[in-house]
Design a protein around this ligand. Structure first.
Ligand SMILES: Nc1ncnc2c1ncn2[C@@H]1O[C@H](COP(=O)(O)OP(=O)(O)OP(=O)(O)O)[C@@H](O)[C@H]1O
Length: 264
């Protein structure tokens, strides 16, 4: 069976807030996504894994409409995001929360104002209501005493938690995490994972993660998708992925140097 054939879709009874159908994307002469299809399961945590440079971050950018595919469809809540107006796309984007690698905080704004930013930009809530919402989120991520600090006055782990609080502040239906654990030590990675899991249990939503951290994927995810050369080579429940006897899946998840995956 070819790699493309092995990449399955999940049982159709699952709902899908995001469906990606046969997307391709090249930058210049370099083909990054090559006919990628994946339907993400609603209200689940799905991790997308794959070798470096295989297109994971490019996929996330497509989901939120920051990149347009050369071909194929990205359907969010039933709408093909490139067949709707700019206003509709903007409205859909507000249903996403995004946590980038470094938290992507504004360096000149304190933590409170960073978390308040989406509320001030996208809602007409009064400052008192904004204050309540921001402090609730900061308490949830354990940063209520750091509200007045600037991003460079707190640790990397705290910045990620602040970025997470900001990603959640508009109650998004979908949250995208691009390597949330990069640069964190193992204990802080575990603490952040626990926090992500707790917040998912508490608030629900469709969480999509990209990470290189296999223990993170195992601990957090309900589903795992494995990307290679711009296409999906495995997709299914996390336990199934970790029990897989497929050579590529096994090699990737165990980090074995022997197997179909080489340096190129
Ligand atoms: N805007 C862009 N212009 C040109 N090339 C790009 C652009 N964005 C991404 N690429 C290229 O696309 C390829 C895939 O990048 P991407 O960041 O998605 O990989 P990744 O799987 O997330 O890798 P990593 O795990 O190392 O972060 C890389 O070769 C990258 O250089």
């Amino acid at each position: 069976m070819s790699i493309a054939q092995r990449a399955g879709t999940l049982p159709v009874e699952q709902a899908h807030a995001i469906r990606v159908h046969n997307i391709a994307k090249s930058f210049g002469s370099s083909a990054v996504l090559r006919g990628l299809s994946i339907d993400f399961v609603d209200n689940a945590i799905t991790t997308v894994l794959g070798p470096s440079g295989t297109g994971k971050s490019v996929l996330l950018k497509h989901l939120v409409g920051l990149e347009a595919p050369d071909q194929g469809e990205i359907v969010v809540f039933g709408k093909d995001i490139w067949k709707i107006s700019e206003e509709e796309r903007y409205a859909l984007r507000k249903r996403f929360g995004v946590l980038f690698q470094d938290g992507a905080l504004f360096g000149s704004l304190n933590i409170f104002d960073n978390v308040a930013f989406p509320l001030r930009k996208h809602t007409d809530l009064a400052e008192s209501e904004i204050g309540d919402l921001v402090m609730t989120r900061l308490r949830e991520v354990g940063l209520e005493h750091s509200a007045a600090k600037l991003p460079n006055e707190i640790s990397g782990g705290m910045r990620k938690r602040a970025g997470f609080a900001r990603a959640l502040v508009l109650n998004p239906d979908i949250v995208l995490f691009d390597e949330p654990d990069s640069g964190l030590d193992p204990v802080r990675t575990s603490l952040l994972n626990d926090l992500i899991k707790e917040m998912h249990t508490e608030h629900g939503g469709t969480y999509l993660l990209v990470t290189h951290n296999i223990p993170t994927a195992r601990r957090l995810s309900d589903y795992v998708g494995l990307l290679w050369n711009g296409a999906l080579v495995h997709y299914g429940p996390t336990d199934e992925a970790f029990d897989s006897d497929d050579g590529f899946v096994r090699q990737f998840l165990t980090g074995d140097s022997v197997g179909p995956l080489g340096m190129d």
